[in-house]
Design a protein around this ligand. Structure first.
Ligand SMILES: [Zn+2]
Length: 223
């Protein structure tokens, strides 16, 4: 991410506003080149987070901040292309912009929690982590409180694909898998609890029967 400060200096002032699409009622502030793609200028905190994320062997690109109203936004987010573990590259399916704050423990979890557990317990490395995505402008089910998904701060993980072709899913294998698969899912859930503020799985409630909810929210809630 060393190129970022140089990028900012090179930008004309109007281009800095290209990412401010949360202010559509101020057309006079829009750049003159209407077709110009949105340019991301991460905050210092975001840049620091992205440096940390890069040190976790993640392949990613910053995403322009967006505000959707009603408490929903994608601010300080990245698009994760892949995660490099000790010896291979793990793809992430179905994941749009996610906050760097959550992407960073996610990368570490994939590398140190999931991949190593897969090799030790299942005898194969992982090649893919399947998700139900991150951003979703909604409340926590049954409450008036905004979900971590409303700010792209949570990732729902539904399963893992192994290099030997096996697929271990939260829905099918949390209770229905082989003893090794069940143990693997519990170990990676426990590992997530150490890295995320909130980790929810099938034992929390029926809404999480098919995925792990992983969110870096500074809390300490593991179910
Ligand atoms: Zn979730």
């Amino acid at each position: 991410m060393k190129a970022l400060p140089r990028l900012i200096l090179a930008l004309p002032p109007l281009a800095l506003l290209a990412g401010c699409i949360g202010e559509p009622d101020k057309p006079q502030r829009r750049p003159t080149q209407a077709a110009r793609p949105a340019i991301t200028v991460p905050s210092p905190a975001a840049r620091q987070c992205m440096a940390t994320l890069g040190s976790q062997h993640a392949v990613f690109s910053p995403v322009a901040d967006r505000y959707y109203g009603s408490g929903c936004s994608t601010v300080g987010t990245v698009k994760l292309s892949a995660l490099n573990t000790d010896s291979s590259t793990v793809s992430i399916t179905n994941l749009g912009p996610v906050t760097c704050n959550t992407a960073t423990p996610f990368a570490a979890w994939a590398r140190f929690g999931v991949d190593r557990a897969a090799q030790q317990i299942l005898g194969s490395r992982i090649i893919s982590i399947e998700t139900y995505g991150s951003y979703n402008c909604r409340n926590v089910a049954g409450t008036a409180r905004r979900s971590g998904h409303a700010t792209a701060n949570a990732i729902d993980v539904s399963g893992f694909v192994l290099a030997d072709g096996r697929r271990v899913s939260v829905l099918d294998d949390w209770n229905g898998g082989s003893p090794a698969e069940r143990r693997f899912l519990r170990v990676v859930h426990e590992s997530a609890c150490k890295r995320f503020g909130t980790t929810l799985g099938p034992d929390y409630n029926a809404a999480h029967a098919n995925h792990f909810h992983l969110e870096a929210d500074g809390k300490s809630f593991c179910r």
